[in-house]
Design a protein around this ligand. Structure first.
Ligand code: MLT
Length: 231
């Protein structure tokens, strides 16, 4: 599924839904969980996020790729890599990624997908023996290259255990087989990569396209995103 606008067309019951927002929400969530954030609450809007601050949550807000007014954190994965926020609970809202997570309710399990923990996500899925739907956050309802290329990478990695039945999955697997050897080169043409470059935050891109830095799996349990290590 290439957009949260289309997720209603799919039956999520019994499935693992992998929510993908490579630039940058799910990459940032994985970075945060891997560096000591204990849990992540995804918020529908900036105000909901702000109320979480009064409950002791660290808050992170992004709109159109830049840090929201008055927020301490935007949506850069690099902000978490120092371990400065270890032990904190995080509440975050982003333009597309947190929306896609909220629209995936109804699934048996909701995971977040990112290149820095791709193989961990593959291993987890293969241990569960359920059908999988990959839910790309896209950009404001539109298809985007980076989420779709990750979807192709995941379909490719799962090919020994899961048959790709959806035309989109088959198409993205072919795209990944053709372009996956040079993620940076191919994704330099992605609209959101250019948007981030315009805001001088393209340094985030290298992190978002680095494979298998972490062994954690990001999973939504009781409407809270946590890291699962030994399943
Ligand atoms: C999103 O959620 O749309 C993206 O993560 C936006 C961004 O922070 O680059």
């Amino acid at each position: 599924c290439f957009s949260p606008e289309l997720i209603h067309l799919y039956d999520l019951r019994g499935k693992i839904v992998v929510v993908v927002d490579i630039f940058r929400a799910t990459s940032t969530m994985v970075a945060a969980l891997a560096n000591g954030i204990t849990e992540i609450k995804t918020c529908a809007d900036l105000d909901e996020c702000r109320t979480m601050a009064s409950q002791g949550y660290l808050i992170a807000g992004e709109r159109n790729g830049i840090k929201a007014e008055g927020f301490q954190l935007g949506n850069s994965p690099l902000a978490y890599l120092t371990g400065e926020y270890e032990g904190n609970q995080l509440a975050m809202t982003t333009t597309n990624g947190t929306l896609a997570i909220s629209k995936s309710s109804g699934a048996d399990e909701i995971l977040i997908g990112a290149f820095p923990n791709l193989q961990a996500t593959v291993s987890y899925i293969q241990s569960r023996k359920k059908d999988v739907l990959i839910h790309c956050a896209g950009w404001k309802g539109k298809f985007n290259l980076e989420d779709s290329l990750y979807a192709g990478a995941l379909v490719k990695a799962l090919e020994t255990s899961h048959e790709a039945e959806d035309d989109g999955a088959i198409a993205m697997k072919s795209l990944y087989e053709k372009e996956g050897h040079d993620l940076k080169g191919f994704l330099s043409q992605a609209s959101h990569a250019k948007r981030l470059q315009n805001h001088n935050i393209d340094s985030d891109i290298d992190f978002c396209i680095t494979l298998d830095l972490f062994t954690l799996v990001g999973k939504v349990e009781n409407e809270t995103l946590i890291a699962v290590e030994n399943w």
